[in-house]
Ligand binder design. Structure first.
Ligand SMILES: Cc1cc2nc3c(=O)[nH]c(=O)nc-3n(C[C@H](O)[C@H](O)[C@H](O)COP(=O)(O)O)c2cc1C
Length: 342
């Protein structure tokens, strides 16, 4: 269903973002492993937003099929590649061979050669940046845009909140468009982030709460009931011996099990039965499996309920078109209000 609105202020402020993304509205549905498939890309695209296909660690042949489905939709979208996924090399080969409008590197920072290779194949490239030095490094590597994601976000997160990242990176006017993510779920917030200079906003949790999202009903029900403070981040028990990327998810038994897993891995590191890299790989395998368990199988006790703190800003599942209408109308109203104020 298409979303047609008269939003002159938003159109003006969001122009850099919409030009870059090649869509009508400067809203990105962030790639979410096991969740962001070609059907979610289509639902977002149909509403005028920018859909992202999450490669996660899916079998390479499935990724190829999913890319074909996204291309059949006939618009702009991105493939989200996780640089620390075991299938990353195979995934990269596929996006280079196929016709993919945009690639978003996640997980870790892509090497210069990866950025150059993907660009040479004709895709735009986007990287996450959590400090000004990383932003500068990624721009030197040639990325076409950045995403600042604050620690309020769901899934794998950095340690710094969006409020700080805006001041550290966005306010220094990097030479490429900067999209922002983490804790965004209202049109008012989108309006103010655009006023601050963001090219557009990426949301994850908000789009899990769409009717079109294929996540298990149990998963969505927990989102509906959750408060912001229920979305907690995991601790790292030993940042030196076992550096683990923090994950924000709704607290449950699965979250507690991650603590037990870390303790076990540290013991194996001590007795030399595992290397640090092997232990880190086991951590990532744990998250991929646990998320699948919750999203696909609906096991909301033992699986991982990755969610941002923005989960506390929503209380119902809505059709995608309604989500877009709510966000865009509220953003436009807020921009008109600010204009009056000035
Ligand atoms: C269930 C879930 C899975 C996610 N998986 C990924 C992923 O595979 N790759 C990625 O770059 N970001 C991932 N994210 C982050 C989202 O793309 C997005 O940046 C984030 O959700 C923004 O914060 P919000 O949830 O407050 O909107 C995930 C988020 C959630 C909630």
């Amino acid at each position: 269903m298409s979303v047609e609105l008269t939003i002159p202020h938003l159109e003006k402020l969001g122009k850099a973002g919409t030009d870059f993304l090649g869509v009508r509205y400067p809203l990105i549905s962030g790639g979410m492993t096991w969740i962001s498939d070609s059907s979610l890309v289509k639902a977002v695209h149909d509403c005028g937003g920018f859909g992202v296909l999450a490669a996660g660690n899916m079998p390479p042949e499935l990724l190829a099929e999913e890319i074909d489905r996204c291309n059949a939709i006939g618009g702009s979208y991105a493939v989200n590649l996780i640089t620390i996924a075991p299938n990353y090399a195979a995934h990269r080969k596929i996006v280079v061979e196929k016709d993919v409008p945009c690639v978003i590197f996640a997980g870790n920072f892509p090497k210069r050669q990866a950025v150059e290779e993907v660009k040479a194949a004709g895709s735009k490239t986007v990287s996450f940046a959590s400090t000004i030095s990383i932003a500068e490094q990624q721009i030197r590597f040639g990325v076409d845009a950045l995403i600042l994601e604050g620690s309020e976000a769901g899934g794998h997160i950095g340690h710094v909140s969006l409020t700080i990242l805006l001041q550290q990176v966005l306010f220094h006017n990097p030479s490429v468009p900067v999209f922002v993510a983490g804790g965004i779920a209202t049109g008012k917030m989108i309006a103010h982030l655009l006023l601050m200079g963001a090219a557009g906003c990426q949301m994850g949790t908000r789009f899990v709460m769409s009717e079109e999202c294929l996540a298990h009903a149990n998963f969505k029900e927990r989102f509906v009931a959750a408060r912001a403070r229920d979305a907690v981040s995991t601790p790292a028990f030993d940042r030196v011996r076992l550096p683990v990327v923090a994950v924000r998810a709704l607290h449950n038994k699965g979250m507690q099990e991650f603590g037990t897993l870390q303790m076990g891995l540290l013991q194996q590191l001590d007795d030399g039965s595992l290397t640090r890299e092997e232990a880190q790989m086991k951590v990532e395998e744990y998250w991929m499996g646990a998320l699948r368990n919750a999203v696909v199988a609906g096991d909301i006790d033992n699986g991982s309920l990755m969610a941002g703190q923005s989960v506390g800003l929503m209380d119902r599942v809505q059709p995608m078109a309604e989500i877009f209408e709510d966000l865009l109308t509220e953003a436009e109203q807020e921009l008109s209000r600010v204009r009056e104020l000035l």
